[in-house]
Design a protein around this ligand. Structure first.
Ligand code: C2E
Ligand code: MG
Ligand code: MG
Length: 647
């Protein structure tokens, strides 16, 4: 019983047409569309050859009517399959047509086998041998043609070969009995081969499916950022190219935005990379929640994200969207147990009115981002005409800087720092000046930022420091030198070591030197800056935090740095005597530095009113045009000898 059940199951498996494997069905369909017309051709030709050898022997019904009917069926099926060559209907239709073919194989096989055997009694020995040969050989051709549809091949073989073997065995004619035995053996061999071929075929199809799946997965991974699941940089540029093409075709505007987180690095350094990663994931989620179908989002790498916004209607709409993004990212994010505050700066440009192609769109958006970072952190900047002019200036500056003879073209000027307790000039701040033979005078605000961006600032700092130290060496021993460093100068111990060597080589007492570091530079890489500051402090230098109040540093971060002075940015000083907000800020910055037991220099004092307001707040050290503009090196000695009241 169990044996019968097992055999039944095995038979059902052999005859199955796997509806749940559409890929296999499609492969079977393609093979049959190619092979079945050929099979019917062989069948029809062989049939009519058999008719030819029996036409005068058998009745007309068997030599004309039945073969004509069988041929009609064959032509109908041939044209069905012929029309489907190279076509791929839907899965349901494929299944239906394979099923139909399998079902039809039974009447077709029965029809041809019965017809050929019905001719047997009419012929002589040769004609009978022809009937046997026709059946035996034609069925082999049919089975091979249908081997990709195993059930149809099995039905055909079962019908024709069984009929053949039984019929010819029963004839009792030794030659024909021998043929039946031959066919029996060949049939068994063919069934084994058919089965193994079919299994190989299904395995191949499955393997192909797996490898396609794998390559799809690889393709997806190659275009996806594994951390956030967003499209990656590569995919962003592909999508940008496609979006630009669409915009060009539909005559619409497109915007490209680049977004960079503010204050990400310190969090990464402070809490570790896994916290940094989960912060990026949350940022990705927040951004995802904001975008609609017109907008594509990508992570370019690090804490940089990008946006492609299609069908932009107005700048106002774009700006509002950008502002919303910045606002949403400014909401504190809870990571471990403490909420952390980061921000995001965004640079945006549009196509085709500003940028002309993908490369320019990226460059302009990046430049607008850079402007946001420098001037409006945490906000959106749309690439403007001024940006365009500034970018062109930057390119000229970059070219001239690369060609410059830095030692000859750079100079240092000095601005006195005054102690209000009557001691007069206690220090000079060294400020860089560049006179380019190609561009003329270039302000430091221009060339320093370009040099920082193109990685040339270290090459500028060394000659500037050397010149400043040479001048300062001529001053009395109680006059200090204050020298500005850029973020890159403090970005690595190697860069700092070059400066330490320069200071040592000058012979100037490091204890009389203050190095100014801006708050934004500190925030770029707190840990590195901390390390570098320690190196400078170890050799005796003071460290001033420049432009204090303009950055994003927190008190705990400032405490972590071994600072000696704070320099209140001049933006808070101008008009502080009439602007209560500025007055309050300066007051609290002075109180803060007193709390931290740090000296405080107030920059940018331009008027007597500002000075008296500062005096009323107890400011001790000041610097500004009210006392002196930056002066050339040779004038510093004259200045030092002139009493302050005569200035
Ligand atoms: P900073 O270090 O904050 O320098 C003060 C800037 O304010 C100087 O501009 C100075 O001329 C200007 N200033 C001083 N008093 C007044 C005032 O009363 N009113 C106004 N309106 N301005 C005043 P400068 O020389 O153009 O330098 C601009 C910035 O360029 C500097 O800001 C500093 O960040 C950078 N810089 C200058 N020299 C160097 C340098 O050698 N290395 C580096 N890395 N940066 C430098
Ligand atoms: Mg400074
Ligand atoms: Mg400053």
């Amino acid at each position: 019983m169990a044996l019968i059940k097992g055999l039944g199951e095995r038979l059902r498996a052999l005859m199955a047409l796997p509806r749940d494997d559409p890929r296999l069905l499609r492969a079977q369909y393609t093979a049959l569309a190619r092979q079945l017309p050929m099979m019917y051709f062989i069948l029809v030709v062989n049939t009519w050859i058999l008719v030819a050898t029996h036409v005068h022997l058998a009745p007309l019904a068997l030599t004309l009517v039945v073969p004509a009917l069988l041929t009609a069926v064959s032509i109908w099926r041939t044209s069905y399959w012929w029309r489907r060559r190279g076509q791929m209907p839907d899965d349901q239709e494929i299944h239906a047509s394979l099923l139909r073919t399998a079902v039809l194989s039974l009447p077709v096989a029965v029809g041809f086998a019965a017809w050929s055997l019905s001719l047997y009694p009419y012929g002589d020995d040769y004609a009978r041998a022809h009937v046997a040969f026709y059946m035996a050989i034609t069925v082999i051709g049919c089975i091979f043609s249908m081997m990709h549809l195993r059930c149809a091949a099995l039905i055909t073989s079962a019908v024709v070969d069984t009929a053949f073997i039984l019929f010819f065995f029963n004839t009792g004619t030794p030659v024909l009995v021998a043929c039946a035995v031959n066919i029996l053996l060949v049939s068994v061999a063919m069934l084994v081969i058919l089965n193994s071929h079919y299994n190989t075929f299904t395995r191949l199809v499955a393997e192909q499916a797996r490898s396609e799946q794998l390559s799809d997965e690889n393709l997806r991974l190659a275009h996806e950022d594994s951390l956030t699941g967003l499209p990656n940089r590569r995919q962003f540029f592909t999508a940008l190219g496609q979006a630009l093409e669409r915009a060009q075709q539909d005559n619409t505007r497109l915007a490209v935005g680049i977004l960079d987180l503010d204050g990400f690095k310190p969090i990464n350094d402070l809490y570790g990379h896994s916290v940094g990663d989960s912060l990026l994931v949350q940022v990705g989620e927040r951004l995802r929640a904001l975008i609609d179908t017109r907008t594509q989002l990508a992570r370019l790498g690090g804490d940089e994200f990008a946006l492609i916004i299609e069908r932009v209607e107005s700048d106002a709409q774009l700006l509002a969207f950008g502002q919303m993004i910045c606002q949403v990212l400014a909401v504190p994010i809870t990571l471990t147990d403490v909420p952390v505050q980061i921000g995001a700066s965004l640079g945006v440009t549009t196509y085709p009115d500003r940028a002309a192609d993908a490369e320019q769109a990226f460059e302009f958006a990046d430049y607008a981002l850079y402007q946001s970072k420098r001037n409006h952190r945490g906000q959106v900047s749309v690439f403007s005409e001024q940006h365009q002019a500034q970018l062109e200036r930057d390119i000229l500056t970059e070219q001239a800087l690369r060609r410059a003879d830095l030692d000859a073209e750079l100079a240092v000027v000095f601005q006195p720092i005054i102690a209000l307790d009557g001691r007069g000039t206690v220090a000079f701040e060294a400020l860089a000046r560049w006179h380019s033979p190609h561009l003329g005078f270039v302000p430091p605000g221009q060339f320093i930022s370009v040099a920082e961006r193109i990685g040339m600032i270290n090459q500028l700092t060394v000659p500037l420091l050397r010149k400043a130290l040479a001048t300062a060496s001529q001053w009395p021993g109680d006059v200090r030198l204050s020298f500005n460093l850029s973020a890159r100068d403090c970005g690595s111990p190697q860069a700092a070591q070059v400066l330490i060597d320069t200071i040592r080589a000058s012979g100037f007492d490091p204890a009389r030197l203050d190095l100014e570091i801006t708050e934004t530079a500190v925030m770029q890489d707190l840990q590195q800056v901390q390390l570098v500051i320690a190196m400078f402090r170890e050799m005796g230098c003071g460290i001033s935090l420049d432009d204090f109040g303009t950055g994003y540093s927190s008190l705990s971060q400032l405490h972590a740095l071994a600072l000696t002075k704070l320099k209140v940015d001049r933006s808070f000083v101008s008009d502080m005597h009439i602007n209560p907000a500025s007055f309050k800020i300066v007051k609290s910055l002075l109180a803060l530095s007193a709390d931290m037991q740090l000296d405080c220099i107030v920059e940018g004092v331009e008027s007597a009113q500002e000075l008296s307001a500062l005096e009323s707040l107890g400011a001790k050290l000041v610097q500004g045009y009210y006392f002196a503009k930056p002066m050339p090196a040779q004038q510093t000695l004259v200045w030092l000898e002139t009493p302050l009241c005569e200035v």
